[in-house]
Design a protein around this ligand. Structure first.
Ligand code: CAA
Length: 395
């Protein structure tokens, strides 16, 4: 919960947050962590644990109960993401796309009918949602997509064609928010958003990407070939798609920052335990200053990342009241937390030596899983660009 005072907002950890934290931590450590290595190895989608998280209300944390969610706040979402990512980053990726990239957009821009049809089944965990912005030739430069949505002569449906790529949960999603051009001559102002039902004809799932990390989070292309989208399934107004995509990514970036923090915490805790136990030159390696320096730097960056995430949570709560933005705070949290995860997981491998490189321990998985957090939902370079442009008042 967040309390307001005339001058400042404060994050308050309520009893409800404590209960949620305990429930998620127990579930993550008892049910997710034990299967993480196996799913990483096979690359299979962890449907059983995802369905259980849905039943626990974790697929719609901030969604009102009336729409199938748990009706909690962003702090609850962040706490959940950190704990799940600590157990397994892949699970937290699936969780994050559902909660922020999909649900947040529906909550903010959906009509009542869209919420009933497309939000309730996803927030309640019965179905899986996805978000599709990227195309093979447009990733960071998201406004230059080549897929098209053309209104039919009767004015009843948009006909969608084109190829979307890097869709998290693409191989399994039931519904997808897709961003595509309705008015290409208008550049990013010609992008519109559509709610896609993957059970209908005219859309196919493309090849599943083989990945370095977060291997149990399935990623694929989506191939549109004349998909007929009813006009009532346009999310927001025609031409509003790019703004919707960016607004939703602001929320998503807080989720990825939390994921990065969870991975970093897992690597850090493993390192502290190892530094206490591993003996070399007649002493636990934690007695040596070079290891101590690593531990001190890892811990300091982790806590700094946490504060930037809390800062972004506060900014988002403030923005709710004013319908304002929290872009810079979200980008700073994502930038710093993802680079912290890279630093911490790299140092964790170093502290563990050969065992850090071995698949017998999860440390090498933390190292691989951390890498994507500097790429997806906006690279570190894009986050720096967003922060600097906002600070300089540039566009
Ligand atoms: N909130 C609301 N509106 C925003 C916004 C935001 N955060 N950022 C930009 N806009 C608006 C601007 O105000 C502007 O509208 P007006 O002209 O009416 O003011 C419009 O959008 C265009 O903005 P820009 O001129 O700044 O756009 P740009 O083309 O220069 O690019 C960008 C901006 C920041 C580089 C953007 O393209 C971007 O964030 N790129 C990265 C995309 C990204 O994160 N992709 C990852 C996709 S998801 C994924 O990873 C897969 C997955 O499944 C997890």
């Amino acid at each position: 919960m967040v309390t307001t005072s005339p001058k400042a907002l404060t994050l308050v950890m309520t009893e409800e947050h404590e209960m949620l934290l305990k429930m998620v931590r127990d579930f993550a450590q008892n049910e997710i962590a034990p299967v993480a290595a196996e799913f990483d190895e096979t690359g299979d989608f962890p449907m059983d644990t995802i369905k259980k998280m849905g039943a626990m209300g974790l697929m719609g944390i901030e969604v009102p109960e009336a729409y199938g969610g748990a009706e909690m706040d962003t702090l609850a979402y962040v706490l959940t993401m950190i704990e799940v990512a600590k157990a397994d980053a892949s699970h937290s990726t699936i969780l994050s796309v559902n909660n922020s990239l999909y649900n947040y957009g529906l909550m903010k821009f959906g009509t009542e009918a869209q919420k009933q049809g497309f939000l309730v089944p996803i927030a309640s965990g019965q179905k899986i949602g996805a978000y599709s912005l990227t195309e093979p030739a447009s990733g960071s430069d998201a406004g230059t997509m080549t897929s098209r949505a053309v209104l039919n002569d009767a004015g009843t449906h948009f006909i969608i064609t084109g190829r979307k790529s890097w869709v998290t949960s693409g191989p399994v999603a039931d519904y997808v928010v897709v961003f595509t051009m309705t008015d290409p001559e208008q550049g990013s102002k010609g992008v519109s958003a559509f709610l896609i039902d993957m059970s209908k004809s005219g859309v196919q799932r493309g090849k599943k990407e083989p990945k370095l990390g977060i291997r149990a989070s399935a990623t694929s292309e989506l191939l549109f070939d004349g998909y007929e989208c009813p006009i009532e399934n346009m999310l927001g107004k025609r031409g509003e798609g790019f703004k919707i995509a960016m607004t939703v990514l602001d929320a998503g970036r807080i989720g990825i920052a939390s994921q990065a923090l969870g991975i970093a915490e897992a690597a850090y805790e493993a390192s502290v335990n190892y530094a206490r136990e591993r003996v070399a030159f007649g002493a636990p390696i934690g007695k040596f200053q070079m290891i101590q320096q690593k531990i001190a730097d890892m811990k300091t960056r982790i806590e700094a990342a946490r504060l930037l995430i809390y800062n972004a949570v506060l900014a988002k709560e403030r923005a709710k009241a004013t319908d304002g933005r929290f872009t810079t705070e979200a980008s700073m949290a994502k930038l710093f937390a993802s680079e912290t995860a890279a630093f911490v997981t790299d140092e964790a491998v170093q502290i563990h030596g050969g065992m850090g490189y071995s698949k017998e321990l999860p440390v090498e998985r933390y190292y691989r899983d951390a890498r994507i957090t500097r790429i997806y939902e906006g690279t570190s370079e894009i986050q720096r660009m967003v922060i600097a442009r906002n600070e300089l008042g540039l566009r």
